[in-house]
Ligand binder design. Structure first.
Ligand code: NAD
Length: 274
């Protein structure tokens, strides 16, 4: 169900399912969507400093009736703030905006290899983790070679890697590498930002199970053991997206969806993103 969690390698429970709020405006839009999600039973919210909506996310949390400790809040340090001291400062800024005493998951948003600062940045995340400010730390948009490089020097192995992941980009070798290192994979743009709803195989499978195409894709994430955080600002879709715990895709249908892979990104390539 919606409360079901994956146990990260440090023992922290992270919900398999949550709400993404990329491109959701600060103020009433983000407040209403986070509230709608919490009312629908969501426990996990994924934001980032660069989304500019941490204040609204914080307001919605404060105004909701769910105790803080039942929620799982993720935010991310933006590229321009990478580096040890600047990351510590960025974290405090995010916490002030969110109005939280502690965070559940803090991520390095992009590796930005040209800056070559992700190791320093990671040290700041390790400090925050050891100081108990954040319950888990991780990375986002790290390819295998970025992870390998980080693993050579880190004290704490990242608990999560949040990457672009959907039926057109199944990241099988990265996923395998993450599993071997007990790094939980998390999908961003799981619905390929809306670009998959006309795909005939997905439509056919959806019809077979009496589910929507979105629900089939999100269920496929869970069965592949990938944490998923679809975005919607519409309450009926927020509810629809969460309604994926009452059916199971057969292994053949899982394979059919896996085979839609084209290694195709809709977002930036992490090696070139500045
Ligand atoms: P998504 O794949 O979740 O697609 C969202 C879009 O799909 C919505 O705008 C809506 O138009 C449509 N949609 C959602 N539910 C639907 C439904 N049931 N029926 C029909 N249409 C529906 O796209 P996303 O927002 O890019 O990704 C999800 C989250 O991942 C983001 O909000 C953000 O939190 C995170 N993210 C992280 C990164 C990163 O670099 N770490 C990058 C992009 C997104």
């Amino acid at each position: 169900n919606l409360q079901s969690t994956t146990t990260l390698h440090n023992g922290i429970e992270m919900p398999w399912f949550g709400l993404g709020v990329f491109k959701v405006e600060d103020g009433s839009e983000v407040i209403n969507s986070v509230k709608a999600a919490i009312e629908a039973g969501y426990k996990s919210i994924d934001t980032a400093a660069i989304y500019g909506n941490e204040e609204g996310v914080g307001k919605a949390i404060a105004e909701s009736n769910v105790p803080r400790e039942e929620l799982f809040i993720t935010t991310k340090v933006w590229n321009s703030e990478q580096g040890y001291d600047s990351t510590l400062a960025a974290f405090e800024e995010s916490m002030k905006k969110l109005g939280l005493e502690y965070l559940d998951l803090y991520l390095i948003h992009w590796p930005v290899p040209k800056q070559n600062k992700y190791k320093e940045t990671w040290k700041a995340l390790e400090t925050l983790y050891k100081d108990g400010r954040v319950r888990a730390i991780g990375v986002s948009n790290f390819k295998e070679h970025h992870l390998k490089d980080l693993l050579e020097d880190c004290e704490v192995v990242p608990m999560v890697n949040q990457v672009e992941y959907h039926p057109r980009l199944t990241q099988t070798s990265l996923h395998e590498f993450c599993k071997q290192n007990r790094i939980q994979l998390e999908a961003w743009s799981p619905l390929m930002q809306g670009g998959l709803f006309e795909e005939p195989t997905l439509q056919e499978i959806a019809q077979k199970y009496g589910k929507s195409t979105a629900q089939v894709i999100l269920r496929w994430d869970l069965q592949n053991e990938v944490v998923t955080i679809p975005k919607s600002v519409k309450p009926h879709r927020i509810q629809e997206n969460a309604n994926i715990f009452d059916f199971e895709l057969s292994s053949e249908d899982m394979e059919r969806i896996n085979s839609l892979n084209q290694d195709k990104r809709v977002g930036s390539d992490p090696d070139v993103m500045n």
